[in-house]
Write a protein that binds this ligand. Structure first.
Ligand code: 0RQ
Length: 503
């Protein structure tokens, strides 16, 4: 395995995970690699969880503060949540055990835009980073790190942490080398310069991460896969949503607002996003580009078919069959995929310049087009805002999608007022459900409400929404964005009390 560690000094720092994990002490701020189930450390968090459990058995307090790129996997978030080993976690997460602990009020969770994490660290908002734990594919002779299946915030973690622990994962294909583009030109205000990227395929940095070998306190060898669940094939609702969206794009081309090459695509994760991407292939699109944060299975398919020319992201999020496909054709994919730090993949300046088409899932939208991506009934966190806000606010087109009902029809995803706001009406241009698509561009609040009720609401809830809107227009304190404040959140309260929003 030491062929993966070609720097003599770092080869000498090899040790078992258990010994390396003991270097992490209670109260430390630990910045880890990992983004959407890819490139997260596989051994240290599990060894650390065992130490934490032991300390708790002896009645000792042992919790750490954990920063990552985005969501990880059961071997990181899951194990540390189960032993109650975290006092703080940020940013995006999606592990069921961790979600349960956060919603039980056991730890602090800070949900911020993914493009903000690096700069907030540089600004000092999270205090000092004690240790960075970073998975890499290999270490070259000069001590440069070949990143693995995600880049995330690793550049910042390596620069900001006092000490570094490296996990060199033999499972990660060596052929990843050359796919990454690490930009070292960021600075802090007032010294910032424009980022010199004008096309999604531009390479503006280096293929490896720089790392001061003196900061490295341990190197751990691993051989374990990234873990992501397989995608279900798109269900009927996802396909209907995809159908509406594809009709809309075709209409935009006809109107001359888009060309047949569209504009760089950003697509969220999940089944709806997968269905939309699959639909692009059937609709006959060719030579598109993606400027996004995650490359999921469907994107590999599009690259293979020539629907996509290239894709820029910060991470993979592949199911086991997706990983097999990637490994089988890695040389082609390496030429057409660029993985960047998440502060670049999600950078507002670049998203605005490129004019991305942003397509993301949502939990609910309200009559006026405010969108909630993160909370159930205003108080239970689901995953987090992820990169949806980075893209939605700055994209050429910001599109939010969801089925019109959830939980077998007990919940309407179109509500009078969202119970939590992630994307304000000012950032949301298009809302799509399986019922239809509401194009909100150029519309004032009451016009937006009519469009959303007519196009997006489920027929079971449409009369209730229309009734609310009619009475609000009559009785509201102001008539610009009509609301009945005593009633606006009553649908959520009814769901909490009775298990359904139906009257
Ligand atoms: O619950 O799992 O118990 O069945 O929420 O909903 O319909 O499976 O949709 O997986 O696409 O997730 C917004 C969470 C949608 C996701 C969200 C329940 C529903 C189900 C999941 P069950 P679906 P998806 C790039 C961009 C924010 C981050 C983002 C997300 C579960 O898209 O995390 O966009 N977005 N990142 O039953 C109660 C409602 C509900 C509801 C759905 N109104 N009330 N429950 N559910 N709507 C990626 C990154 O940033 C990394």
């Amino acid at each position: 395995m030491s062929d993966r560690i070609r720097h003599a000094g770092l080869r000498g720092k090899r040790m078992p995970a258990d010994v390396a994990a003991a270097l992490i002490r209670p109260g430390m701020t630990v910045a880890m690699s990992g983004f959407t189930g890819a490139g997260y450390p596989k051994a240290i968090p599990q060894a650390l969880a065992a130490h934490i459990l032991q300390a708790h058995d002896f009645g000792e307090e042992f919790r750490i503060r954990v920063l990552t790129g985005a969501s990880t996997a059961p071997e990181l978030d899951g194990v540390l949540a189960r032993v109650r080993g975290m006092e703080l976690r940020l940013p995006y997460q999606s592990d069921p055990a961790l979600r349960e602990r956060i919603n039980a009020g056991d730890l602090n969770y800070i949900d911020i835009h993914l493009s903000h994490v690096a700069q907030h660290t540089w600004f000092g908002f999270f205090g000092k980073i004690d240790v960075a734990v970073i998975e890499v594919t290999a270490i070259d002779e000069a001590g440069h790190l070949i990143p693995s299946s995600s880049v995330g915030n690793n550049k910042t973690w390596l620069e900001q942490a006092d000490q570094v622990i490296l996990e060199v994962n033999r499972w990660q294909p060596e052929a990843l080398e050359g796919m990454h583009d690490i930009y070292y030109g960021t600075a802090l205000p007032p010294h910032r310069k424009p980022i010199p990227l004008v096309h999604p395929s531009d390479r503006i940095g280096e293929p490896h991460l720089r790392c001061d070998p003196d900061k490295v306190i341990a190197v751990v060898e691993t051989d374990a896969p990234d873990r992501n669940s397989p995608f279900a094939s798109p269900d009927a609702e996802s396909q209907q949503i995809a159908g509406h969206l594809l009709d809309f794009l075709a209409h935009e081309i006809k109107r001359g607002r888009l060309t047949p090459q569209l504009l760089p695509l950003q697509s969220g994760v999940g089944n709806i996003a997968n269905a939309v991407l699959a639909g692009l292939a059937t609709a006959g699109y060719r030579d598109l580009d993606a400027y996004t944060e995650v490359i999921q299975d469907a994107m590999l398919g599009l690259l293979k078919q020539g629907v996509l020319r290239m894709a820029s992201a910060t991470s993979f999020s592949l199911s086991p069959p997706g990983i097999e496909e990637f490994l089988a054709n890695v040389d082609d994919y390496r030429r057409r995929i660029v993985l960047r730090p998440q502060e670049i993949s999600n950078h507002p300046e670049l998203i605005r310049r490129l004019g991305c088409i942003a397509m993301n899932g949502m939990i609910e939208a309200d009559l006026y087009g405010n969108v909630n991506s993160t909370h159930i009934a205003g108080s239970r966190i689901m995953n987090g805002i992820g990169g949806s806000g980075d893209f939605a606010r700055n994209a050429y087109l910001s599109i939010f999608m969801a089925p019109s009902t959830a939980k077998d029809g007990a919940i309407s995803t179109i509500v009078p007022m969202v119970s939590h706001v992630d994307h304000t009406e000012h950032d949301v241009m298009v809302v799509v459900t399986e019922q239809g698509l509401a194009d909100l561009r150029g519309l004032a609040p009451k016009q937006r409400a009519r469009r959303i009720i007519d196009a997006c609401a489920h027929p079971d809830y449409r009369p209730m929404l229309q009734d609310y809107f009619d009475r609000a227009r009559r009785d509201s304190y102001g008539k610009h964005t009509p609301h009945l404040l005593g009633e606006a959140l009553s649908w959520h309260q009814r769901f909490i009390e009775t298990g359904t929003m139906r009257r």
